[in-house]
Design a protein. Structure first.
Length: 299
């Protein structure tokens, strides 16, 4: 096996010119010897194409044309990928220094995992760190906790074995919000994912992100994904997503739900719903229990 696996990074972009240069530089700065970087722009109307052109010498392929959404754009790039490992890095996210070295080291120890996932930082729109993504490391991947609970896999810190990805069938292009959740579940059916010990990426969290504005439409898509893989029309994880969304809605629309209802009904129900995650191997915050986890027995 080569000392460094070949790695492909796909960056989908649509009108994220304000973040794009920082994203591209974070990949170039890896100085990784066997790197392919592909940018798929969806026909941006801001300065994205100018930014891409500025850094084109560090890219292996780029295009700017209309697409059918983010999943379609990512799949376009993934189908062009030649790396043994592949990942997508959204234009508003970043790779942290040494990320690809960490991934290569994990792959050198186990080159048959369907994917490799690591820790990262939660940052705001200005790139100021809020916290690390995982509250406790290392993380032991628990497939049942993912299916019945919350998505605890940090997407920009996740690298997939290309052969496993091709076999399981790429991203589901009908999905807008939960395509990564669906993909992790499908990929993990082929083997045990490997945790990468290291901070690999910075994931931006701000009001304009797709996840933030998805609201109840996003929750319904997550419910359909969970039902597809669990056979249950409602899971503890989806219920927590729903109550989180309802709570945010009640804050925005106090003309509809008053503060006492929010604290006495929504928050208490949400806290009780979160305790059900333990039945499927997860803590109240959705992250899997580590070594010495309690049995998955009904409470």
């Amino acid at each position: 096996m080569q000392p460094y696996p070949s790695i492909t990074i796909v960056t989908p972009n649509l009108n994220q010119g304000r973040f794009l240069a920082e994203c591209l530089v974070s990949v170039i700065a890896q100085n990784y010897p066997r790197l392919q970087h592909i940018v798929i722009d969806g026909g941006s109307t801001d300065d994205s194409v100018k930014v891409i052109d500025r850094y084109k010498d560090g890219l292996d392929y780029w295009c700017s044309e209309p697409d059918r959404g983010q999943s379609d754009a990512i799949n376009k790039g993934l189908r062009r990928a030649t790396g043994e490992l592949v990942a997508w890095l959204n234009a508003d996210d970043l790779l942290l220094p040494g990320a690809l070295e960490h991934v290569a080291h994990a792959y050198s120890k186990d080159d048959r995992a369907p994917f490799y996932f690591g820790n990262g930082l939660r940052v705001d729109a200005q790139g100021v760190t809020k916290s690390e993504f995982f509250p406790v490391v290392p993380v032991i991947f628990d497939r049942e906790a993912l299916i019945y609970g919350l998505n605890y896999v940090l997407q920009p810190s996740t690298f997939m074995r290309r052969a496993a990805l091709a076999e399981c069938g790429w991203l589901d292009e009908t999905l807008r919000w939960g395509m990564d959740t669906d993909l992790w579940i499908r990929l993990s059916a082929a083997g045990q994912p490997v945790f990468v010990d290291g901070l690999l990426s910075a994931s931006r969290e701000y009001e304009e992100t797709k996840t933030s504005i998805g609201m109840f439409e996003r929750v319904e898509e997550l419910r359909r994904i969970a039902e597809r893989h669990s056979g249950a029309a409602m899971t503890p994880g989806v219920l927590c997503y729903y109550l989180d969304t309802l709570h945010r809605f009640s804050v925005m629309r106090e003309d509809v739900f008053d503060a006492p209802f929010r604290s006495e009904a929504i928050e208490s129900f949400w806290a009780r719903a979160a305790t059900q995650l333990a039945r499927f191997g997860a803590r109240d915050d959705g992250f899997p229990f580590g070594p010495g986890a309690p049995d998955k027995t009904p409470q």
